[in-house]
Write a protein that binds this ligand. Structure first.
Ligand SMILES: Cc1ncc(COP(=O)(O)O)c(C=O)c1O
Length: 295
């Protein structure tokens, strides 16, 4: 299977439906939109395009647990897709240490996922290929029907996840409070572009990405990151475009220049601290340090 990409929307940084439509090949089978930074991609349009071309949709909601589409349905309800995948890595909105979850409304997919998670094994009497009357079949009997792996979440991780789920609304509320302060503080900085929120959708705000016109402030991104680090403020770049990565270039022939909007975004982006435990003083310290960059 060969991966392909379509460029992002210049404001939302999610898959641009128009780019998707222009990049469909006769053998394109699956669309994987990412809900970048928590903001739901334009799923209604994406699903209309996918249906028209007979494509399957898997939503990458690693950033978007707790987010909602414009129809007010939660991300993960699969109202536009066959499956939605979540990540519970420690930096995500909720965590189980590592691991994730997949949601689907399709019973066949659900049962297949259950099997793949457990080495491709089943004990379900309705699914066994052997006859139940066969002497080989008994209470011990199981069959390996697929090449699966051990993708099981431990009970300990699941217990942590249940505890985290109960706190999720509080976490998201705090994230929103913090970005409201950031947006207010930064709105008049001419060298900085705020993270755009598409009207009508609800973002759980996994990340807060500002865009900086580095030329205008006369500093490189490295200088900016180092200046902030010296003030004990961690920043990161989310992400280096996938088509820049050696694996994708060597195996599939992607090259710099293939996705101009993604590349333009990459030149300017910087994620600044956003996590529920930030105190009001922490937020103010970040605001002061960012404002200082342009002075
Ligand atoms: C958008 C996106 N998709 C997928 C993943 C992979 O998640 P995991 O590491 O839990 O498999 C990540 C991880 O950061 C991500 O940010």
């Amino acid at each position: 299977m060969k991966p392909d990409f379509a460029d992002i929307h210049e404001k939302t940084f999610c898959l641009d439906p128009a780019e998707l439509e222009n990049n469909i090949k006769p053998d394109t089978a699956v669309v994987l939109p990412v809900h970048f930074a928590g903001q739901p991609a334009e799923m209604k349009k994406i699903s209309e395009i996918a249906r028209k071309h007979g494509m399957f949709i898997i939503e990458d909601a690693a950033h978007a647990i707790g987010s909602k589409y414009e129809n007010n349905q939660p991300v993960g309800s699969c109202c536009y897709s066959e499956m939605t995948v979540f990540s519970f890595h420690p930096v995500k909105t909720i965590t189980t240490g590592e691991g994730g979850a997949i949601t689907t409304n399709d019973k066949t997919l659900y049962e297949k996922l259950i099997m793949l998670r457990n080495h491709g094994l089943t004990k379900d009497p309705h699914k066994l290929k052997a006859q139940s009357s066969s002497p080989d079949v008994g209470p011990w009997y199981y069959e390996m029907q697929e090449l699966g792996y051990n993708y099981r979440m431990t009970d300990i991780q699941a217990a942590l996840g249940i505890g985290q789920l109960k706190k999720m609304d509080r976490f998201i509320k705090r994230r929103r409070e913090i970005i409201t302060r950031y947006n207010e503080a930064f709105k008049n900085l001419e060298w900085l572009t705020l993270q755009y929120e598409r009207p009508g959708v609800f973002s759980a705000l996994h990340l807060y990405v500002i865009r900086i016109d580095f030329e205008r402030i006369g500093k490189t991104r490295t200088q900016v990151m180092n200046e902030l680090k010296a003030k004990a403020i961690g920043t990161q770049v989310h992400y280096i475009p996938v088509h820049y990565q050696p694996y994708y270039q060597e195996h599939f022939g992607f090259k710099k220049g293939d996705y101009p909007k993604t590349e333009y975004y990459y030149q300017q982006c910087l994620s600044i601290p956003l996590f529920p435990k930030m105190t009001d003083d922490d937020v103010q310290r970040v605001i002061d340090a960012i404002e200082e960059l342009g002075k």
